[in-house]
Design a protein around this ligand. Structure first.
Ligand SMILES: CC(C)(COP(=O)(O)OP(=O)(O)OC[C@H]1O[C@@H](n2cnc3c(N)ncnc32)[C@H](O)[C@@H]1OP(=O)(O)O)[C@@H](O)C(=O)NCCC(=O)NCCS
Length: 409
């Protein structure tokens, strides 16, 4: 029987939820909070579900978001999630079928971008997703956290009650969100997920602590973290696990790191995508080699509508570029596009001119937020162009801050 694809309705949510949990090789969690939250986030009309006869054999859904794009602008984005294929039906093209329909649906709804967190980095390049946001796991031994250089810390760190955290943190987050390409704006449901920390709850980690940094009553940064308790040979060996360290200036960044580093009875401090990779920490430390850094892929971005997305951002250098885009999966993007851009805005339209640079839709996604440089991708044989054109593309697509996103979906 051929596999068919359609959205499900809310009446089919239980079946959908079980398929997703099983598809990720997990077991349904007895805590009803998980399923209740998944139900409230789920938008059935944005799902593309695969059926073999009556049996649900593939799942995918999408959450509408706004993402910050360079510089300090936003664009509509579909956050594709809950992608699974039943173990009884893998490697028969079902993900390919669902993804085709998802991307077409995003195009029809006028969402120029889509993004996802990938369970494995080998899966999504074939569908035109590019590695646009790279995060780092950073960890340091507390004995080696002295600062050699840091902004003066004039303010005060204060604990915040869980019930107040969203209200206190939201204005800081919103201001920081504007500055980082790749940041997804947080809705109330997003705040609920961040403050509850479902991932931590799933692995039975202790509750988070919530902290704000303020100078003369002005709040400029916040921290969510937990302590993982441990005792080795009778000595406290606790680990400070940072969930989010969000700061709107260098002073707040240094103050919140210092606060974590000054945790008595702790031996290590670690963070993943809860803090931006270019926050300057290694340059503050007197012993930077002690900071262990390990990059990992964060958001994979899909440019659904090339001319709309290219015209929506601004560019760090005034200039024009003719870009040939190959897109085997979304053929409406296939073509040669003339981009004229600068700090005030851009226009982009199809052209018959010869291209300055050529690339796949996935590589365009990788450079779109300013994460990868076109010349770097050219070194890997992914982007083609003369040295002058690649240099111009590097300068035009460059961003003040590296892409970052803390919102999980
Ligand atoms: C990842 C998953 C959705 C793939 O579904 P699928 O229906 O088997 O994928 P398709 O058959 O459409 O595969 C398309 C291509 O991708 C390749 N591929 C798919 N998943 C892959 C994986 N995990 N590792 C390596 N290659 C993979 C296939 O081999 C195929 O390659 P081909 O075109 O050269 O033949 C499925 O294996 C799954 O549910 N995994 C567990 C949950 C998960 O990781 N979901 C992704 C969440 S981000």
């Amino acid at each position: 029987m051929p596999v068919t694809y359609r959205p499900v309705t809310m009446d089919e949510f239980d079946q959908f939820d079980l398929a997703v949990v099983r598809g990720f090789s997990a077991h349904p969690d007895p805590n009803p909070l998980f399923k209740d939250f998944a139900r409230r986030v789920f938008e059935p009309e944005r799902s593309v579900i695969a059926f073999d006869g009556e049996t649900m054999v593939g799942t995918s859904s999408s959450v509408p978001f706004e993402m910050t794009i360079p510089a300090e602008k936003t664009l509509r984005l579909g956050g594709i999630t809950e992608v699974t294929v039943s173990q009884t039906h893998t490697r028969r093209g079902i993900l390919t079928g669902m993804m085709k329909q998802q991307l077409e649906a995003h195009h029809e709804r006028g969402e120029p971008l889509a993004a996802l967190w990938a369970s494995e980095s080998v899966i999504y390049g074939r569908f035109g997703f590019g590695l646009a946001v790279i995060h780092e796991h950073r960890e340091i031994d507390r004995r080696h956290t002295a600062f050699a250089h840091a902004p003066e810390i004039r303010g005060q760190v204060k604990f915040v009650e869980k019930a107040d955290a969203q209200e206190v943190f939201t204005p800081v987050f919103d201001r920081v969100c504007d500055r980082f390409p790749g940041m997804i704006r947080r809705t109330d449901l997003g705040w609920e997920a961040a403050i509850t920390d479902f991932d931590g709850m799933f692995r039975k980690a202790p509750d988070l602590f919530y902290v704000i940094y303020e100078v003369d009553g002005v709040r400029t940064g916040y921290l969510m973290y937990r302590i993982l308790h441990s005792v080795t040979d009778g000595h406290a060996d606790n680990k400070v696990e940072i969930h989010e360290l969000v700061a709107e200036n260098d002073e707040a960044t240094a103050a919140l790191w210092r606060f974590c580093f000054d945790t008595d009875l702790a031996s290590t401090i670690s963070v993943g995508h809860g803090a931006p990779v270019d926050d300057g920490l290694q340059w503050m430390l007197s012993d930077p080699r002690r900071l262990k850094r390990s990059p990992y892929d964060g958001l994979w971005l899909r440019v659904i509508d090339v001319p709309v997305a290219l015209a929506a951002r601004t560019y760090s250098e005034e200039g024009s570029l003719v870009i040939r885009v190959e897109d085997a999966f979304c053929d409406w993007n296939n073509g040669t596009w003339r981009l004229e851009g600068g700090s005030e805005g851009a226009i982009c339209a199809a052209t018959g001119n010869a291209p300055d640079i050529s690339m796949s839709a996935g590589d365009l996604a990788a450079i779109y937020l300013g994460g990868a440089k076109p010349s770097e991708l050219a070194r890997a044989g992914r982007v083609e162009g003369a040295t002058g054109a690649l240099g111009r593309a590097d300068r035009m697509f460059a961003t003040a801050r590296k892409p970052w996103n803390v919102v999980d979906f």
